[in-house]
Design a protein around this ligand. Sequence first.
Ligand SMILES: C[S@@+](CC[C@H](N)C(=O)[O-])C[C@H]1O[C@@H](n2cnc3c(N)ncnc32)[C@H](O)[C@@H]1O
Length: 196
Amino acid sequence: MFEEIEKFAQQNYIPIIRPLSRKLLCDHVKKSKPEKILEIGTAIGFSGLLMLSCSTAFLTTIEKDEQRAEMAKRNFERYGFENRVNLICDDALDVLKRFVASNQQFDFIFLDGPKGQYYRYLPLLKKILTTNGIIFADDVFLHGLVRSKSPIPHKSRSMVNNMRKYLSLLEQSDNFESEILDIEDGIAITKKIDEL
Ligand SMILES: C[S@@+](CC[C@H](N)C(=O)[O-])C[C@H]1O[C@@H](n2cnc3c(N)ncnc32)[C@H](O)[C@@H]1O
């Protein structure tokens, strides 16, 4: 599906969700039947299109890069999804803070933005996620570095430490259940469970 967009992404070095992760994402979206999906990291709309086409949900998607956001907008229009998408071109942390302040709620969150920021987003995501809602976080192994016992190259160190922080925060979260899947570059799936 959406092969032309995938090809364009490959040719232009735009990272998009990998094949097995795509399937898992769609399976989770289908199973949880969300009404409101939030995506952090739109890129050119590939994963957004997948989630729209396997659900009836409304998608809010955030992309900082103006050029990518413009391409994503055109891609959503091209497939007739423009009425089911709110594309926000801004920094995700700022947008999340606004969502918390305005009490916005989402029942499925696809986290695929800047990897070093996941741990900063988590406290905000927990607030805007409905009970039984899911956070599907991609690329949590960072090409194997997150689980590596060897010294981490300096240029990747803070990103790896930040991702480790995200994974350890998940473990410490009451009312949230998480599983880390060893699929492609690692996927963390977190569910908000009923408060006792
Ligand atoms: C891995 S790509 C997203 C791929 C997309 N989800 C897909 O699978 O088709 C990550 C995107 O996050 C965007 N991004 C990076 N930092 C951001 C930030 N602070 N706020 C919002 N988007 C950001 C990047 O520009 C990039 O397009």
